[in-house]
Design a protein around this ligand. Structure first.
Ligand code: SF4
Length: 605
């Protein structure tokens, strides 16, 4: 465990202690009225003034904290326990448990949160005790989804397999191995649920469906102050300030705790995420390291031009991994070659832009592009055996890569190469520095390629099937190394693969390509849990799942760029195709938060 977040802990403790000690702080009675002095401003006797009934605002603020905080913490804790249990049981046991857990959550998600809360409060009647289960019900699906996705990811890891091999039982694996690994995301979810519960409690109290007057709560205070805001605007300010400060402290606390319990070195723009959670859209979206817009590639053939990549747009942000996944011939590698300006002679980009930190790579001269390759952007290829020069020593090849962009004495470059070999986990790096590529294993050669790729601190790393040639154990180590480097350095990682398990392990977001087009994009967990394009769903069904149903192949093959069908290109292989699909080419359209899909029927039953 790293250093605890003492500042948020102290701030949260202060808020809780003040709220708990309210009866002993010598405050004025929060419900006693003094109508002759209604709306009086701050004074020595009433530090924050008096409300519309002459009640002491300071006392009501402190007593209101007791109600608002206890409702929010209890609701978030209840949602966390029930939601996490559902997600963990569903993800770990699979089968009927998974169906029951996820379908019940899907039913809850059909209702907008505020409507669901209004419905249940109307049925059960207002009151602080009713609010706790109501708010728990609203925030429960978030915990289930986070836990479920976390368990699915963790259960396929080698360390879980290792525990099984050691003879550990299911409950031990769950408690000792999987739960600690999903603790971080759950803590973040807890902080968000707690902060959102404070806001929703205030909203429901404001509507008269939460805490019953005259008991004080921040929501009631805001609701009452609204009616008199022209005469006494400060009455609105105090509860709003208290609400905002408490939520900021809660978020900082849970964020800090998550960082403290997560042993991974991390690239975390904490302040930015905190503000994003509190006020979505307040801060501008960080600029994408890679911003690809409408990329179309043309290749001349004896039968005329073909377009293996059409209108491809994607963005990769700092500290993020975007995986491009699809079968052979889907255009993944052509896209990456176009970005780096390494397309073969017969191919050319005919439209689009590929901006790396704002510079359009497609419009640069070859000299400028060469300066950026290996410096601002780097690539790791599939076969490290053929990517390393067989007649030069490893150390010389890494030093060469460094000196190509940062001229320095050879000895200095060699010591930098040694540090890089250490960083990528090569055992006995001083000796390996003098080794030739054939003296290293496949996994070590790929680590050397990664060392060369990061030698000059690139902002964008493109990894084109970097683990395909490796066996499963080495593959997992290389993926871990890439994920660590991404977090450490805030790299934008564009990962190209045909393997869905690899995507699940490494990618934050995924772009599914089919026959030269992106057919679906979105956060990996959401796309995998709820694919919206029939091709994505078919790809998922074709991947082997431990203890799951037998994989199903996808009928047919990817059409070649010379013989694309009319309408939807996936129509000949699609089990949902309708007559309209063969005449209308679907556009990539928004399909929910951060998601897009290219299918006419994605939202039809
Ligand atoms: S548009 Fe029609 S054919 Fe294409 S993926 Fe959607 S349902 Fe299938």
């Amino acid at each position: 465990m790293r250093r605890l977040p003492w500042t948020p802990i102290a701030a949260f403790a202060l808020i809780v202690v003040i709220a708990l000690l309210a009866p002993w702080l010598g405050l004025a009675n929060p419900v006693s009225m003094d109508v002759p002095h209604r709306l009086a401003g701050p004074s020595a006797a009433h530090w924050l003034g008096q409300d519309e009934f002459g009640r002491d605002v300071f006392a009501r603020l402190i007593w209101g904290a007791r109600v608002s905080l206890s409702v929010a913490v209890a609701a978030a804790a209840l949602a966390c326990v029930v939601g996490t249990t559902l997600g963990v049981v569903g993800g770990f046991l699979r089968g009927i448990a998974e169906i029951l857990a996820l379908r019940s959550i899907d039913v809850l998600l059909c209702f907008p949160p505020l409507l669901l809360a209004l419905l249940v409060v109307t049925l059960l009647g207002p009151g602080a005790t009713t609010l706790i289960p109501v708010l728990a019900l609203v925030y429960l699906p978030g915990f289930t989804r986070v836990a479920y996705a976390g368990v699915l990811t963790a259960r396929s890891q080698d360390y879980v397999e290792a525990m099984r091999v050691l003879g550990a039982g299911k409950s031990r694996i769950m408690l000792r191995t999987i739960l600690p690994n999903i603790g971080g995301p759950l803590l973040v979810q807890f902080s968000l649920a707690m902060a959102a519960a404070v806001v929703l409690e205030s909203g429901l109290s404001f509507l008269g469906l939460g805490v019953v007057p005259p008991a004080p709560s921040w929501g009631l205070m805001i609701g009452a102050a609204r009616a008199t805001m022209t005469q006494a605007p400060l009455l609105l300010l105090w509860p709003c300030l208290a609400l905002t400060a408490t939520i900021l402290v809660m978020n900082a606390l849970c964020d800090g705790l998550r960082d403290a319990v997560d042993p991974h070195p991390a690239y975390r723009p904490t302040a930015r995420r905190l503000l994003d959670a509190l006020a979505p859209g307040l801060l501008p979206t960080p600029r994408a390291v890679l911003d690809l817009r409408g990329l179309t590639v043309e290749i001349d053939t004896p039968h005329g031009p073909i377009h293996p990549v059409r209108d491809v747009s994607l963005q990769v942000f700092p500290g993020e991994t975007l995986a491009i996944v699809g079968e052979s011939g889907s255009g993944k590698s052509v896209t990456s070659l176009a970005i780096t300006g390494l397309l073969p002679g017969a191919a050319r980009v005919i439209s689009g832009a590929a901006c790396l930190d704002g510079t359009d790579l497609l419009r640069l001269s070859e000299d400028r592009l060469r300066n950026l390759r290996g410096a601002a952007m780097a690539m790791v290829f599939q076969d490290p055996g053929s990517s390393l020069n067989p007649v030069h020593r490893i150390g010389d090849q890494i030093a060469e890569a460094i000196i190509a962009h940062r001229p320095m004495p050879r000895a200095q470059a060699t010591s930098a190469a040694l540090a890089l070999l250490q960083r990528v986990g090569i055992p006995d790096p001083a000796r390996r520095l003098r080794a030739f590529p054939h003296e290293l294993s496949g996994g070590m050669r790929q680590r050397v390629m990664i060392a060369i790729a990061i030698a000059n601190g690139p902002r964008l790393l493109i990894a084109d099937e970097p683990t395909t040639a490796l066996d499963v154990t080495i593959q997992a180590q290389v993926l871990d190394l890439l994920a660590d480097l991404k977090r450490e350095r805030g790299l934008a990682l564009l990962f190209i693969t045909h393997s869905l398990p690899v995507v699940a392990e490494i990618a934050d977001r995924v772009a599914v390509m089919y026959a030269g087009e992106i057919v679906e994009t979105g956060p990996t967990a959401e796309v995998f849990l709820n694919p919206r394009h029939p091709y994505t769903a078919a790809l998922l069904r074709s991947a082997p799942v431990e203890d799951g149903p037998a994989p199903e192949g996808i009928a047919g093959v990817v059409p070649p760029p010379t013989a694309l069908p009319p309408g939807c290109i996936f129509a000949p292989r699609c089990d949902r195709a309708a007559p309209v699909c063969t005449t209308t080419h679907p556009a990539l359209e928004a399909a929910g938060e951060g998601r897009a899909v290219r299918c006419i029927r994605w939202n039809q039953p």
